[in-house]
Design a protein around this ligand. Sequence first.
Ligand code: ZN
Ligand code: ZN
Length: 266
Amino acid sequence: MKLDFCSLSSGSSGNCYYLGNEFHGILIDAGISARSIHKFLKNINIPMQSIMGVLITHNHIDHIRGLEQLVKKYNLPAFTTHKIWKSILNQQKKISSDCIREIPLKKKIHLADFDIEAFPVCHDAPETVGFHICAGIKKITIVTDLGHICQTAAPYIRAANMLVIESNYDEQMLVNGKYPHYLKERILSDHGHLGNHQTAAFLADIISDDLSNICLAHLSKNNNTPEMVLQTLQQTFSERGIILNGQQRISVLNRDIPTNMIRLTE
Ligand SMILES: [Zn+2]
Ligand SMILES: [Zn+2]
């Protein structure tokens, strides 16, 4: 079975990811306009009718900007926890109850051809989740907003064959940059975002032959560059004596334009 992943947009300006096989697809987050989602999917030959639902990680605008329009226009079900729904509906009051699907934490649900589990992560929203998705023999984990890797999230991340993980900021750029003090504190905190060194150190801990794809996601516009992300990762791996097996694919997701489709299985 074919399995493809594509990041339509990743970063503090908007997040939306596609995962699908030859029959069905799902989206993770709707942080860009419904129009852009439609356009980007069309560009990669994915018909909107094949999308069976959208999973939502939390209520920050860079994850739900297009949600209201998307579910309305395409009558698409959206899935997240009770608490996250409550926080979203405070902002997007017109979402029809027909499209609202509440899912439990840490329990599998089945959607299209996927088994999906939402698990809690530490981030400064009323509740934030990551998703662990089993698609045939492949396990995909998506964690885009988290201040640190807590005990509950770590097993889901370690189990992944494909991992989409945040590498939000370069620590020096953030500390020396123009953000106000309170914002720097928030980003650096345990409930903020993961910096390049944090992500690189964690990846050095968990890297194995089973982890074949790593996508570094949710880069800050002002405090990071794709080059810094890769440089930090390479440096950390070389300090730890880690040599990649040649099969692993590591990519940095673009902020504003879709990435090339990543094929996980044929
Ligand atoms: Zn975000
Ligand atoms: Zn967030």
